[in-house]
Structures are given as C-alpha cells and as structure tokens.
Design a protein around this ligand. Structure first.
Ligand SMILES: [Zn+2]
Length: 226
C-alpha cells in the first residue's frame, strides 16, 4: 500500500502517547484504522490533556544513545547523536512552491509538542488522492483531514504554520521512534527521510547494544487516567 497519503495510520496516536510519557494505556478500536481526524494529533493531545495523567509506582527505563549512527538512502539521511535530552532536527526539500526547503528544531516536551507539532496536518498530492480513491484505498480522504497539494498550490484555505509540512514529518518521526518501546534520550538529525528510514533507524539502534544504555529511573511512571 502506498504510504503516507491520507491513509489513516497509528503513528499520530503513538506519537502523542509517547511524548506525554504514557506507557500504560489501553487503545480500543472498532475498525481496522485509527481515525485520521483532521490529519494531525491535535485531538489526541487535547483529549490526553482533558483526561489527565495518573502516576504509577513503577520504575521507567530510558534508552540513552551512546554512539553516533548514520543512515543514508538515495539522498535521504537520518542520524542519531548522544545528547542530554530528546531532540529532533528535521529538514525537507520538496520541489513545490508551497513547501520548498523547511527545517524545524524540536526540543521534546509535552508542552512543545502540543504547541509546535500536534497541530501539523498530514499532506498529500491531489493526483495521488484521486488515484487512491479510484483504488478504493481512501474513503473519507478530503481537505478535512489533510493538506491537499495541487501542482502549484494547496486546496485548503490556510496553513496552520508556514512550515506545517516539516512539523508533520516530526510528528510521524516520533510515532515511528515510539517503537523503541521506552523513552529516548538522544538527538536525531533527519533530512528528507520517511517512514522506511525512521523504522530502519530504530532497528539499527536496537540491533547493537553498544549503541545505547538502558537507564532505570526510579521515579513513578505516568499513565493515562480514566
Ligand atoms: Zn502523519
């Protein structure tokens, strides 16, 4: 299946849970897909904030990066570096008048995520949407749940940020990183990467124990309440 275009996926939900430090939650679905909602993580975040978090008396383990790692594939790159906290510097370069070169530096915290990343919507090209619709892969796909790009502009009225596109890439990147399975301490630098490179990075990190150290933190973990 073609990836990343108007198809509802799990990464926006995982991304929100991960950044809020929720490592104990039950997710119930009544269909094959997580609802795409408006194409962003805004609603997941506002519901998490509304319901609140509950601390549990369990220790949490952090994965702390100890070694640099660089992956490259046809002009796309992703690297990790040891750092004091979880950071992502992401760049994209799309040959499109509404996008072009965009770089965003994200310093991970629930507050920064809610303000800078969660509202950024997924995006896709109109011709791809039409193709997907023809093949029955998109049912509800419309401007209500994505930024729809034409050859020269966008069909939606306004962008939420001038660099909404690169911010959304960070949202997806965090969702893929959540597959690590515990909080991550390190710096990611990515350029024109995507789902495939994100998940490859995760398996490379976990593939060699010399890349990281698991640090138990004897502090109560947080879970979603209610
Ligand atoms: Zn996405």
């Amino acid at each position: 299946m073609k990836q990343g275009v108007l198809i509802s996926t799990v990464e926006h939900l995982l991304s929100s849970l991960y950044i809020f430090g929720i490592d104990n939650a039950v997710v119930e679905l009544d269909n094959l897909e997580v609802p795409i909602l408006d194409g962003s993580a805004l609603e997941f975040v506002s519901e998490i904030q509304r319901v609140g978090l509950k601390q549990q008396a369990a220790s949490r383990t952090y994965l702390v990066i100890r070694k640099e790692l660089h992956l490259a594939e046809r002009g796309k790159t992703i690297s990790i570096y040891p750092a004091e906290s979880f950071q992502i510097c992401y760049s994209i370069d799309f040959d499109h008048p509404m996008i072009g070169k965009q770089t965003f530096e994200f310093d991970a915290s629930p507050e920064n995520f809610a303000r800078e990343i969660a509202p950024a919507r997924t995006f896709g090209f109109l011709h791809e949407v039409e193709e997907l619709r023809k093949n029955g892969l998109v049912r509800g796909g419309s401007m209500d749940n994505a930024i729809v790009l034409t050859k020269t502009g966008i069909l939606n009225d306004i962008l939420r940020f001038k660099d909404e596109f690169v911010r959304h890439k960070i949202l997806d990147n965090i969702g893929d990183l959540s597959l690590i399975g515990c909080p991550f301490i390190g710096r990611i630098v990515a350029s024109k990467a995507g789902h495939a490179l994100h998940t490859l990075l995760v398996s490379r990190i976990l593939g060699d124990p010399a890349n990281f150290e698991l640090m138990p933190e004897w502090k109560a973990a947080e879970v979603a309440a209610g």
